[in-house]
Structure formats: structure tokens, C-alpha cells
Write a protein that binds this ligand. Structure first.
Ligand code: NAP
Ligand code: GCO
Length: 264
């Protein structure tokens, strides 16, 4: 038996019109899964469907805001009717706001927590009852280096991603007996639109200071790309990980293990 075969499994990847979610969804599809995704507006969903089609993937796209429980519950019911019950949930949708904490408004802090932590709670809560009935399910929460480390200007994001790590452990604890595995996937620094501001070439043509910093902090001496996350995601979505639960799998090129290269 191919432990990495996802044939016939319905996978919902949130916020997957592009970026990490899109790459993970493509990888799950190539392992046999039926791909369902949501994004925040029809324009993004339509662009996403076209992008999947270009990859030869017939994805099902729905407009839903992960912070809106009514929308998510309605879409999960619609997916069950139109596609099938969700076997795999990847809580990918997320934002970041890079603002010094003493300058960040409570509303800005709350918005990041709402999307990056309340959203995964709402989506997991929507799919767990049917997973319990079927006696199986996979939930993968997209965590972060900031699930373990802090840095300037990302207080809300780190609080959300740290909370998401603990939500992952709690779902694993509460629903493991129903053969539901909930694990985290912790990307390192990945070249996507979300991190584009950290990689902008400077006016003098030099690399962004943060870009240089990440290269020095990563044993692999490179930024990750979204495709680096596909194999680990397929593993966590497949029978190969049926006895892995409450774990955060960091895919970071070694950042968390490394003190960083001594400046020349
Ligand atoms: P991205 O390029 O900004 O994509 C995020 C996706 O989520 C977008 O499609 C976005 O749609 C969608 N989204 C945002 N708010 C939403 C909401 N309320 N409801 C539904 N969809 C929503 O980000 P990414 O780099 O691919 O990151 C994806 C995930 O990986 C995030 O959870 C992020 O925190 C995490 N992560 C990223 C990195 C990295 O280095 N890039 C590293 C570790 C973890 P809009 O375009 O409308 O906003
Ligand atoms: C930042 C980055 C990071 C990455 C990622 C690292 O500003 O520090 O955006 O937060 O997005 O979460 O794992």
C-alpha cells in the first residue's frame, strides 16, 4: 500500500489562490486528492481556478472569509453536497502586519489574531464533526518560525502563530481518539508575496538587509520556496502520518537549529 496516496480524499486548503496554500494544494492533487479551496473574493477564486487548470488540476473554489463562521459553515456544507465530506483541512489563510507593537492599534492586532488564529479554529470546528462520524481526518495548521521565535514588528503575528501551535496540540489531544490527526507545518522564510517586502532589492542594487540576514541565519543559505513545503504537507495529509499527532513539522532549512553565520 502506498502510504502517501491521497486518491479520493477531499482536501480543503484555505486561502489557496496563490502562495504557499496553492503550492500545497497542487502537491496534494498530484498525490490524488480532490482540491477545494476558498479565498476572500471571487476575483481571487477565479484566478485560482484558472491557475489550477493550467496545472491540469480541476479545483473547486469558494468565496469565504475564514473569520466568518456562518460563511465557513455554509461553504463546508456546500462542499459536502457538491464535492464530498472534507477529509483533509489545511489551515493556510493568513496575514501579517509588520508594525512596532507600541505603534500598533488594538484593531490591527485583533485583525491578525482573527484571521491567523480564530480562522483556523472556525475552519477546524466546521470539519471535525464529520471527521468524528467517519472516524478519520487530517488537520494541518500552517504555523511559522514565529510559533517559536519573536522579532521586532510582528507581535500580533507571533501571538497568533504561537497560539496556533497550541491549538494544534489541543485539537490533537481532544480528537486523537477519533482517529483525527492534527499537526502543524512550520515554514521557515519562504519567497511568496507575503515576504516580498523583506526581499526587495535596495536602491543601490544591494540585497535587502533582512534578505541578507535570513541567508546568514539559514544553514541552507537560501530562502525557501513554496514547493519545499509540498512533500512535508503530503506526509502530514497521508496515512504515512497516522501515528503523528500534535507535532509541528518545521520546514525551515535549519533556521531553528542554527545560531547564524558569523558576520565577516
Ligand atoms: P500570502 O501569499 O499572503 O497568501 C495568503 C492567502 O490567504 C491569500 O490568498 C490571502 O488572500 C488569503 N487570505 C487572507 N485573509 C483571508 C481570509 N480572511 N479568508 C480567506 N483567505 C484569506 O501568504 P503566504 O506566504 O502564501 O502564507 C500562507 C500561510 O503561510 C500564512 O498562514 C502565513 O502566515 C504562513 N507562513 C508564511 C511564510 C512565508 O515565509 N511566506 C512562512 C511561514 C508561514 P488575499 O490575497 O485576499 O489576502
Ligand atoms: C516576518 C516574516 C515571517 C514569515 C514566516 C516565518 O516578517 O518575519 O513574514 O513571519 O512570514 O512566518 O516563518
Amino acid at each position: 500500500m502506498n502510504q502517501f496516496d491521497l486518491t479520493g480524499k477531499v482536501a480543503l486548503v484555505t486561502g489557496a489562490s496563490y502562495g504557499i496554500g496553492y503550492a500545497i494544494a497542487c502537491g496534494l492533487a498530484k498525490a490524488g486528492a480532490i482540491i477545494v479551496f476558498n479565498d476572500i473574493n471571487q476575483d481571487l477564486v477565479s484566478k485560482g481556478i484558472a491557475a489550477y487548470e493550467a496545472e491540469g488540476i480541476k479545483a473547486h473554489g469558494y468565496v469565504a472569509d475564514v473569520t466568518n463562521e456562518d460563511q465557513i459553515n455554509a461553504v463546508v456544507a456546500q462542499i459536502a453536497a457538491e464535492v464530498g465530506e472534507i477529509d483533509i483541512l489545511v489551515n493556510n489563510a493568513g496575514i501579517i502586519k509588520r508594525i512596532p507593537m507600541h505603534e500598533m492599534s488594538a484593531a490591527e492586532f485583533r485583525q491578525v489574531i482573527d484571521i491567523d488564529l480564530n480562522g483556523p479554529f472556525i475552519c477546524a470546528k466546521a470539519v471535525i464533526p464529520s471527521m468524528m462520524k467517519r472516524g478519520s481526518g487530517k488537520i494541518i495548521n500552517i504555523c511559522s518560525m514565529m510559533s517559536e521565535l519573536g522579532r521586532e514588528t510582528v507581535s500580533a503575528y507571533a501571538a497568533a502563530k504561537g497560539g496556533l501551535k497550541m491549538l494544534t496540540k489541543n485539537i490533537a489531544s481532544e480528537y486523537g481518539e477519533f482517529n483525527i490527526q492534527c499537526n502543524g507545518l512550520g515554514p521557515g522564510y519562504i519567497a511568496t508575496p507575503q515576504t516580498a517586502p523583506l526581499r526587495e532589492t535596495q536602491a543601490d542594487g544591494s540585497r535587502h538587509p533582512f534578505d541578507q540576514f535570513i541567508i546568514a541565519k539559514t544553514p541552507a543559505a537560501r530562502w525557501g520556496n513554496a514547493e519545499d513545503l509540498v512533500g512535508p504537507a503530503v506526509f502530514l495529509a497521508s496515512p504515512a502520518s497516522d501515528f503523528v499527532n500534535g507535532h509541528v513539522l518545521y520546514v525551515d532549512g535549519g533556521i531553528l537549529a542554527y545560531i547564524g553565520k558569523q558576520p565577516k
